[in-house]
Ligand binder design. Structure first.
Ligand SMILES: [Zn+2]
Length: 361
């Protein structure tokens, strides 16, 4: 796959989005891409206050490294090679939040420790992470909670150590975020028998893991070792073995879908999911090939218009990529948002699906 982000090779729709963000000096795009200006050999953050170059002189890159490999030097005004003030602030705040044991976090207290105001801290969070400080604190705490359980700590001890006041609260959280109840999670998938296989496809390596009831994981990546490590991390106590045949039909169907083809056969799924995740994933399967929806549209379709963020979380935790097409969900402003398997794979999937859908008409 070509990782260079020149406008000539970049999907024109993505290039259009990046150019729009550039013209708007959209700080939310900082860190998403960099623009190189051919006439000056300088590269900038999208929010750079300097005068906008002509579009034909602009190349887009996803990393600083790529920009520098192409001979661009960092701009002295927006300093794209340095961590921005907002990012540094959020990193420090995240460290405090991660070690906080209080049930109710006082943002004011964190801001005071960092010699800044609550509103500035909240703004920095929105800009850098798109999350509120409270969301981030919850996510960090949940991660610590999961780690303690994986280390074999008792649920009650883990609850105490991570500052959850009552077990009902963590059950409610875990249902929204873990996809498994803590009791199941403590077992780390114990009793589950997963057979996996890794195949080469146009998108890279595709890992498919399944129980004898259905497909449980579809991961995309470049390294077999990394994909397998992710599977083991998700199910540390499951029995994970190389599939000895029997998966071929499912794998063939999955690879075909990664190449933009419409479903040719039903795929049975065996997923550990909450009722809400299941509803979101079903809704995603209704988005036709070649089309996208926003998180808000999916939330509305579920009859929960205020649940966009929960929808985004359900997308991010989708264990069977492509089969549940979470890549067809994008942000309201047209930004592609993230993708667990890399934004370029999301772009490529959407591009091939669009072409395939257009050809089928
Ligand atoms: Zn600049």
């Amino acid at each position: 796959m070509n990782s260079t982000m020149q406008t000539t090779t970049l999907d024109s729709r993505i290039a259009d989005q990046y150019w729009k963000a550039t013209v708007a000096r959209d700080s939310r795009s900082d860190g998403v891409f960099y623009l190189g200006v051919r006439s000056t050999h300088i590269y900038c953050r999208p929010s750079c206050p300097a005068r906008r170059p002509l579009r034909r002189n602009v190349e887009f890159f996803h990393t600083r490294k790529e920009a520098e490999q192409h001979g661009f030097r960092p701009c002295l005004r927006c300093k794209p090679n340095e961590i921005s003030g907002a990012t540094a602030l959020v990193q420090k705040a995240a460290a405090i939040l991660a070690s906080s044991d209080e049930e109710s976090l006082r943002l004011g207290g964190v801001a005071r420790q960092l010699h800044t105001s609550s509103s500035r801290l909240r703004r920095a969070f929105g800009q850098v992470t798109g999350l509120s400080p409270r969301d981030l604190a919850e996510a960090l705490r949940l991660k610590r909670f999961k780690n303690l359980l994986r280390q074999g700590r008792k649920i009650t001890d883990a609850l105490y150590e991570t500052g959850y006041g009552s077990s009902s609260r963590v059950y409610e959280r875990s249902n929204a975020q873990l996809g498994m109840t803590p009791a199941t999670y403590q077992k780390g998938g114990k009793g589950m028998k997963l057979g996996y296989t890794i195949t080469d496809a146009k998108l890279g390596k595709v890992l498919v893991a399944a129980t004898d009831r259905g497909v449980s994981a579809v991961y995309l990546g470049d390294s077999e070792a990394k994909l397998l490590a992710e599977l083991r991390e998700e199910y540390p106590k499951a029995e994970i073995v190389t599939a000895r045949g029997g998966l071929e039909k499912w794998v063939k169907e999955i690879v075909s879908r990664t190449e933009g083809n419409p479903p040719r056969q039903e795929l049975p799924l065996d997923l550990l999911a909450t009722a809400f995740q299941r509803r979101v994933w079903q809704e995603l399967q209704r988005i036709p090939l070649g089309k996208t929806k926003t998180y808000a549209q999916v939330a509305r379709a579920l009859g929960k218009p205020s649940a966009s963020r929960a929808v985004a979380r359900a997308c991010a935790t989708n264990p069977v990529s492509v089969v549940v097409p979470c890549h067809r969900v994008i942000r309201g402003d047209g930004n592609l948002a993230g993708y667990r398997w890399g934004i370029e794979r999301k772009q490529q999937l959407l591009r091939t699906e669009k072409a395939e859908a257009a050809a089928a008409v």
